[in-house]
Design a binder for this molecule. Structure first.
Ligand code: V47
Length: 377
């Protein structure tokens, strides 16, 4: 064991908050197994042997984007090969496919489309809701919400946009678009995107309105380890604020996203290693003491590493997914799916009890083709 970590171990045993310096020491140590063992200890304190997954579908309604983030291989410009946007009919078809798959959630995000009007977004949610009234709509990153506030002809602010989207069926906000909360990294890798203060503000307003939300950190590109720790501390501070103000909404989950270089402008970078991924997931668990959940998004982490991460602080394997357009590891195809049987087997094999959850982490009960939320019984 790395003996310089001793005082951190004592804090973890006592349930004392870790400092930014502690977070940095944990990211720097080569002693992976001490860090992951501590994260497992904290994870088991919160969740025991439970490990969560959900049955979900993603809808990436357009890849046309006004931004040109260097890490992103998803966006296309007008007239470029492969550019697309879904009609409302196609959106409704996707919703029907989600119903047929027994999904409890649709995760709806897209590029910052330069000329779709605000009505498209409320119509899209309403179209899904009409076909799939039981499905929870986790939709639009903070970046999209700010974009909608800018394009809305009725000059709505963030609060007004979120209120209208909630009336159209929005159930919660996903955690995307946070990237790394640092201005230097912002200006080099995703210039033009909202900065950390606006990302946090959108989530804060969402929490005030009673929406639950998630948070991400995109790591393993040009950021430093210090930047990662600062990002985690800023998320923790925002959650402290939501708790202190007793807001009806909160951050539920942190999702550390490893940078996937393939086909992006930063393709020359190697991307994080498996060891780094496990450490980042574990340190997120240890630093974010006021977040209930840590999710391994298997699409980016790989299903094998996600399974292993259950023993390293992670309690949520995300979903069955189906089709995913934003990143593809080692394949061109957007069909990326894990069956429920496989998901449960992987969790079981890692020594945990698989729990199907809905977006708000309530257990789901299934009988043949029907499902219901346990707390609603
Ligand atoms: O916002 C884009 C990231 C995010 C790359 O809230 C990349 O439950 C790695 O936020 N390599 C979208 N990451 C994914 C996301 C998410 C996923 C699963 C669950 C939830 C949730 C949220 O993916 C983007 C961006 O930060 N991203 N390109 C890339 N090359």
């Amino acid at each position: 064991m790395d003996t310089t970590l001793k005082t951190i171990g004592e804090k973890i045993d006592a349930g004392t908050r870790l400092s930014a310096a502690d977070g940095l020491a944990l990211l720097r140590t080569p002693d992976l197994w001490t860090v992951t063992q501590w994260a497992d200890q904290v994870r088991q304190r919160i969740h025991g042997k439970r490990a969560y997954y959900n049955i979900n579908r993603h809808l990436n309604y357009t890849n046309l984007c006004a931004l040109s983030c260097k890490f992103c291989a998803f966006y296309r410009k007008k007239g470029q090969e492969g550019v697309y946007e879904y009609s409302l009919e196609q959106v409704a078809e996707e919703a029907q496919k989600a119903v047929d798959a027994g999904a409890t959630e649709m995760h709806v995000v897209g590029g910052l489309h330069p000329w779709l009007t605000f009505d498209y977004y409320t119509d899209m949610l309403e179209a899904i809701h009409k076909v799939a009234p039981k499905i929870h709509l986790k939709a639009f990153t903070a970046v999209e919400i700010v974009h909608l506030a800018r394009i809305d002809k009725r000059a709505k602010d963030i609060r007004g946009v979120l209120t209208d989207l909630m009336a159209a069926g929005l159930g919660s906000l996903p955690g995307g678009g946070a990237e790394v909360f640092d201005d230097r990294v912002h200006d080099k890798a995703f210039k033009g995107k909202i900065r950390s203060d606006q990302w946090i503000e959108v989530h804060q307003i969402a929490h005030e309105l009673g929406l639950m939300s998630n948070a991400t950190i995109l790591y393993g590109h040009i950021e430093s380890l210090e930047d990662r720790v600062t990002h985690l501390c800023m998320l923790r501070e925002s959650q402290d604020d939501a708790i202190a103000r007793d807001l009806p909404g909160r951050f539920q989950t942190v999702i550390p996203l490893p940078f996937i270089p393939d086909d992006s402008e930063l393709e020359h970078l190697p991307g994080p290693s498996g060891l780094e991924n496990l450490k980042m997931l574990a340190v997120s668990r240890l630093m974010l003491d006021n977040f209930q959940h840590v999710k391994a998004f298997w699409i980016m982490q790989s299903i094998q590493l996600s399974q292993l991460s259950l023993q390293c602080g992670v309690d949520d394997m995300d979903g069955t997914v189906g089709w995913y357009d934003i990143t593809h590891v080692g394949c061109e195809d957007t069909h990326q799916e894990v069956g429920v049987g496989d998901m449960r087997r992987l969790i079981d094999e890692a020594g945990f009890e698989p729990i199907e959850r809905d977006t708000l982490y309530r257990p789901v009960i299934r009988t043949e083709a029907q499902w219901k939320i346990a707390s609603a019984i």
